[in-house]
Design a protein around this ligand. Structure first.
Ligand code: GDP
Ligand code: IMO
Ligand code: MG
Length: 458
C-alpha cells in the first residue's frame, strides 16, 4: 500500500537562474527526512551550507548528507565525474562526515569523461563573444553523448574489458573533434582510464537501483526530498535557450531523473532570492549595473560557488517567477536573502515588459490579481506576453512597481512578526503577484537563520 499521508515526496528546486539557496533549504528540511535525492545536473552545481557558522560546499553529493540519519541518492538523471565524486567524499570524511552506506548512486548515471571537459572548454572558446559562459565542467558534452546513445555509464565500470573497448571508440570520436575541428590538444586513453576505471572499486560499492530503493522508502511512508540543481530558467527546454544548461531543471525532471512517477510528488517548493541573479551570459531583463546592483553583489556575496565569477544582480522579476510557478506547479515559495535588501530606500518588482517589437504592455492590478493567489491554481493563461526568444527577452524593458524599502537589519531574524512592515509588504506583494504562498523565508546563510511560515512537511 502506498502511504496516504500528505507531503512525503517533496521537491526543492531553483525557480530563477540558479544559486537561489537550494542547498541551505534542503539541509534545513533534511532534519526530518529519511532520504535526499539529486535528479539532474552534475558538478556544475555549487550548493553552500552554513551550519553553526561552518561552511560546506557540495557540488554532486546531495545537501542532506550532513544529517547522519539520512540516505542520499544520486539518480540516473545526474551526470557523474568519478574523480569529483570521490574527492567530495574524501572532503566530507575530513570534515568528520562518513558517507559509507549512506550514499547510493544509480548505475545508469552518465560518466563525465576528461574529454567532455576539453570539449566544453573548446566549444566555449570557439564561440567567442557568443559563449554561453558554462561552468567548464563538461556537463553539456556528457548529456550530448547520453542522448546520442554513445555515452559511458557508471554501471559500465563493472565490466572492465567492455568498458575499455567502448571508451576507446568514444575517445577516438572526441579526439577527432578536439584535434581536427577545435585544434586543441587531445586526451590519452591512460588519462581517461585513470579518471574512470581506476575508481571502479570505490564506485561499485555505491551503485544501486535508485528507482526501486526510492519506491521501497516511499511505500514505507518515509519523507523523501528531491534536490534540484541549477534553476528553472536554465532548463534546456523551457529556459532562456541557448543560454541554459543541458538538463531539464524543472519539476518534471524529478520523474525522469529518478524513475519515480509524477503522481508520487506531493509538494514542490520553489526557492527564489528576494531579488534576481544570474551567472554566465544570456538575457536578464532586470539586471542592474548601477550602485544598487553593486549593493546586491556585495551584501549578498554574489560570487559563483563553482567558478568564483561575480554574479549579475537585479530586481525581482515577477513575470519570470510566474512562468516558473507554472512550469513547476509550485506549491510554495521559499524566499532567500531578504537581508540583502536591507538598507535600500526603495525596492522594485518587475511586473511587465515593454518590448521593442511589441506594443507596450499595460499592467493593470486587475489583470494581475485576477489570477487566484493559491498554489493549486497557478493560472495557465499568463496575462502578459513573455518574449520567448532570448534576443527579444534581452531587449525587453522592465516595467517596475516601486515600494518603500526598510532601514532595519533583518539578518538572522527567525520570526515573521519581527520583520519591518515594509519588508512584510514587499513579501506579501510578491506572494499576491506570483500567486503562490511564501512558506519559508531565509534571512541569512546559516541553517537557523530561517522563518518557517507554513511547514512544507506538515
Ligand atoms: P544554491 O546553488 O541554490 O544551493 O545556492 P548557492 O549556495 O550557490 O548560493 C547561495 C548563497 O547564498 C550561499 O553562499 C548561501 O550560503 C547564501 N545564502 C543562502 N540563504 C541566504 C540568506 O537568506 N541570506 C544571505 N545573506 N545569504 C544566504
Ligand atoms: P546551482 O545548482 C548558477 C549556468 C552557467 C552557464 C549555464 C550553462 O549552484 O544553482 P553548464 O556548465 O551547466 O553547461 O553552464 O548554466 N549554471 C549555473 N548557474 N548556478 C548553477 O548551479 C549553475 N549551473 C550551471 O553559469 O550560464
Ligand atoms: Mg549554487
Amino acid at each position: 500500500m502506498i502511504s496516504q499521508s500528505k507531503n512525503k515526496n517533496i521537491v526543492i528546486l531553483g525557480s530563477q537562474w540558479g544559486d537561489e539557496g537550494k542547498g541551505k533549504i534542503v539541509d534545513l528540511l533534511t532534519a526530518r527526512a529519511q532520504a535526499v535525492v539529486r535528479f539532474q545536473g552534475g558538478h556544475n552545481a555549487g550548493h553552500t551550507l552554513v551550519i553553526d557558522g561552518k561552511k560546506t560546499k557540495l557540488s554532486l553529493i546531495p545537501s542532506g548528507i550532513m544529517h547522519p540519519q539520512v540516505t542520499c541518492f544520486i539518480g540516473p538523471g545526474v551526470v557523474v565525474s568519478p574523480t569529483v565524486l570521490l574527492n567530495e567524499i574524501a572532503m566530507l570524511r575530513q570534515e568528520g562526515i562518513d558517507v559509507t552506506g549512506r550514499l547510493k548512486i544509480s548505475a545508469n548515471c552518465p560518466i563525465v569523461l576528461p574529454t567532455h571537459i576539453q570539449l566544453d572548454l573548446a566549444r566555449e572558446k570557439a564561440r567567442g563573444a557568443a559563449a554561453i559562459g558554462t561552468t567548464g565542467r563538461g556537463i553539456g558534452p556528457t548529456y550530448e553523448d547520453q542522448v546520442g546513445r554513445r555515452g559511458m555509464r557508471l554501471g559500465d565500470l563493472l565490466k572492465p574489458s567492455r568498458f575499455i573497448e567502448r571508451v576507446t571508440e568514444l575517445l577516438a570520436y572526441h579526439n577527432f573533434l578536439l584535434e581536427h575541428y577545435y585544434h586543441v590538444p587531445t586526451v590519452s586513453l591512460e588519462t581517461v582510464l585513470e579518471a574512470t576505471l581506476s575508481h571502479r572499486d570505490a564506485i561499485a560499492g555505491t551503485l544501486c537501483d535508485v528507482t526501486a530503493s526510492l519506491d521501497d522508502l516511499s511505500r514505507a511512508g518515509n519523507i523523501i526530498l528531491f534536490e534540484g540543481a541549477q534553476g528553472t530558467l536554465l532548463d534546456i527546454d523551457h529556459g532562456t535557450y541557448p543560454f541554459v544548461t543541458s538538463s531539464n531543471t524543472t519539476a518534471g525532471a524529478v520523474s525522469t531523473g529518478t524513475g519515480i512517477g509524477p503522481c508520487r510528488i506531493d509538494y514542490v517548493l520553489g526557492v527564489t532570492k528576494a531579488y534576481t541573479t544570474r551567472v554566465g551570459a544570456g538575457p536578464m531583463p532586470t539586471e542592474l549595473t548601477d550602485q544598487v546592483g553593486q549593493h546586491l553583489r556585495e551584501r549578498g556575496q554574489e560570487f559563483g560557488t563553482v567558478t568564483g565569477r561575480p554574479r549579475r544582480c537585479g530586481w525581482f522579476d515577477v513575470i519570470l517567477m510566474r512562468r516558473s510557478a507554472l512550469l513547476n506547479s509550485l506549491t510554495g515559495l521559499c524566499i532567500t536573502k531578504l537581508d540583502v535588501l536591507d538598507g535600500l530606500k526603495t525596492v522594485k518588482l518587475c511586473v511587465g515588459y515593454r518590448s521593442q517589437n511589441q506594443t507596450p504592455e499595460s499592467v493593470s492590478d486587475e489583470a494581475l490579481l485576477s489570477a487566484p493567489a493559491t498554489s493549486s491554481a497557478v493560472p495557465f493563461a499568463i496575462p502578459f506576453a513573455i518574449p520567448f526568444d532570448s534576443e527579444d527577452l534581452a531587449h525587453a524593458e522592465p516595467i517596475y512597481e516601486t515600494m518603500p524599502g526598510w532601514a532595519e537589519d533583518t539578518s538572522g531574524m527567525t520570526s515573521w512578526n519581527s520583520l519591518p512592515d515594509n519588508a512584510k509588504n514587499y513579501l506579501k506583494r510578491i506572494e499576491t503577484l506570483v500567486g503562490v504562498p511564501i512558506d519559508i523565508l531565509s534571512t541569512g546563510p546559516d541553517r537557523i537563520e530561517t522563518i518557517i511560515v507554513r511547514d512544507p512537511l506538515a
